[in-house]
Design a binder for this molecule. Structure first.
Ligand code: NAP
Length: 436
């Protein structure tokens, strides 16, 4: 019997479990660990609450989770409650699928001022991640600045811009909905340090900004290159740039008092304010050979709230080699050390779609098979599950199983606002109470 431990129950974790099951069938036992008592990682706490169709992929993970040879082991912090070395002694292979849950820092002067958040924290807040339930962003000012030209920046802009009614059918948590409903924000400026041809926004997500009931995207036509230049772009990016061109042609609409202003060629250089942020100082750039170059010209953008959406990094785990510059585990195509692997964002950094993790999961299982075949990892007897259960009893760990999770899910569904799929618990103790 092969025993495999997967750390992290998000998309990379469940696709990897599915791949192991497909490869070894009844000859494998997979334990999927999560620090939270609830599964699905990014699907639950990263994917926007108004993107329920993307979250539906959890149904696929549930199928894997409910099979006999895969087990969810929630509420266990690997690196704190249990060390990597403990898992390595019990399982033939340990696969880190921990994603990239922390913000990359901007490292700019003034970053410690109040009401400046990274997207991991801000998204975690509106998605009910227990770590960020008490973020309390202040939305009583008129100006918000969102830094970055990726899909997370779009999510944050859209959530800040929507009316309460536009959240119908979403699973945004109650505390965020209440705060957003009282928001006084009138202008959201999205800062991009490069130009329209370098945005990382996909057309579907960028297109959503054009269909908001009280907000209107605004692009400065002078920021756009001649239309013929778009011919060299790959089709997805060309569509996104075409949307920017449409937004540049838009006209003011009194029914849409909230503007989402694209400020391109604008690199943040410092935060200004006393106690709390009041402005972002920005340096004008131009793009040369694809890179942003500063012009030396600076100006200030009013900002009562700042959300920096410049990408994420993996949290290191004691004893696991880490590539600090790249912000992920040091690995060669998923291999970290003999018997220790990484998959998904923890291996390649935060890029691609949810679906990108599926081939990643299958590829890492192929590599593990190769490593068994070549003797890099021994197929000798390991205690696996039974050994872990003994360890958990010794350490008095309060483990949450998939069956417990289904009880939590039931309670969340029962507590949902009318039309919403669920009201998430945002407190770990409450999750555990619901589970029992
Ligand atoms: P991302 O796509 O890498 O975008 C990060 C943005 O931040 C880029 O525009 C980047 O500009 C900018 N940036 C980085 N460092 C900066 C700095 N120091 N100053 C100013 N700007 C800086 O990351 P993301 O938006 O966090 O998204 C992560 C992944 O999740 C992506 O693959 C994304 O597509 C995916 N995602 C998908 C969806 C969806 O499909 N609905 C939703 C959310 C996220 P440069 O290009 O100049 O570096």
């Amino acid at each position: 019997m092969l025993h495999i431990a997967i750390v992290g129950s998000g998309p990379a974790g469940y696709y990897t479990a599915e791949a192991a099951q497909k490869k070894w069938g009844e000859d494998v036992r997979v334990d999927i660990f999560d620090a939270l008592p609830v599964p699905y990682g990014l699907i639950r706490t990263g994917v926007a609450p108004d993107h329920q169709s993307i979250k539906a992929v959890a149904g696929r993970y549930e199928k894997t989770a409910l099979s006999e040879n895969v087990r969810f082991v929630g509420n266990v912090r690997i690196g704190e409650d249990v060390e990597i070395t403990d898992l390595a002694a019990l399982y033939h292979a340990v696969i880190l699928a921990t994603g990239a849950p922390s913000d990359r820092p901007l490292d700019l002067p003034g970053e410690q001022l109040g009401n400046i958040f990274g997207s991991a924290a801000f998204v975690g807040w509106y998605n009910g991640h227990p770590q960020y339930a008490e973020l309390y962003p202040n939305l009583s000012g008129r100006h918000a600045v969102v830094i970055g030209m990726g899909n997370v920046a779009l999510d944050v802009c859209r959530i800040l811009a929507k009316t309460e009614r536009e959240f119908a059918g979403s699973d945004i948590v109650g505390h965020a909905l209440e705060t957003l409903a009282r928001s006084r924000i009138e202008r959201i400026t999205i800062l991009g340090r490069r130009g329209p041809h370098q945005i990382a926004m996909t057309p579907k997500e960028l297109g959503e900004l054009g269909h908001l009931s009280r907000a209107r995207p605004q692009v400065d036509p002078d920021d756009l290159p001649p239309v013929d230049d778009d011919a060299i772009l790959e089709p997805g990016l060309r569509k996104s740039v075409t949307l920017l061109r449409q937004y540049a042609e838009g006209v003011a609409d009194p029914a849409k008092p909230l503007t989402i202003e694209f400020d391109l060629f604008a690199s943040p250089s410092k935060f200004v304010g006393e106690g709390s942020v009041s402005a972002v100082e920005v340096e004008r750039t131009f793009v040369e050979n694809g890179r942003a170059q500063n012009t030396g010209e600076t100006y200030q953008v009013p900002a009562d709230l700042v959300v920096s959406c410049i990408g994420y990094q993996t949290n290191p785990i004691a004893g696991v080699p880490f590539d600090t510059r790249a912000g992920r585990f040091a690995n060669d195509r998923g291999r970290i050390l003999p018997g220790l692997y990484a998959v998904g964002w923890a291996a390649r950094g935060p890029s691609g779609t949810i679906g990108t993790n599926r081939p990643d999961g299958f590829a890492i299982i192929d590599r593990i098979e190769e490593d068994f075949a070549s003797g890099v990892i021994s197929a000798g007897q390991r205690d696996g599950r039974a050994g872990f259960d003994r360890l958990a009893t010794e350490r008095e760990l309060d483990i949450i199983t998939f069956r417990h999770w289904k009880k939590i899910e039931e309670a969340e569904t029962a507590a949902a606002r009318s039309g919403a799929p669920r009201e998430k618990f945002v407190d770990i103790a409450e999750m555990i109470r619901a589970a029992r």
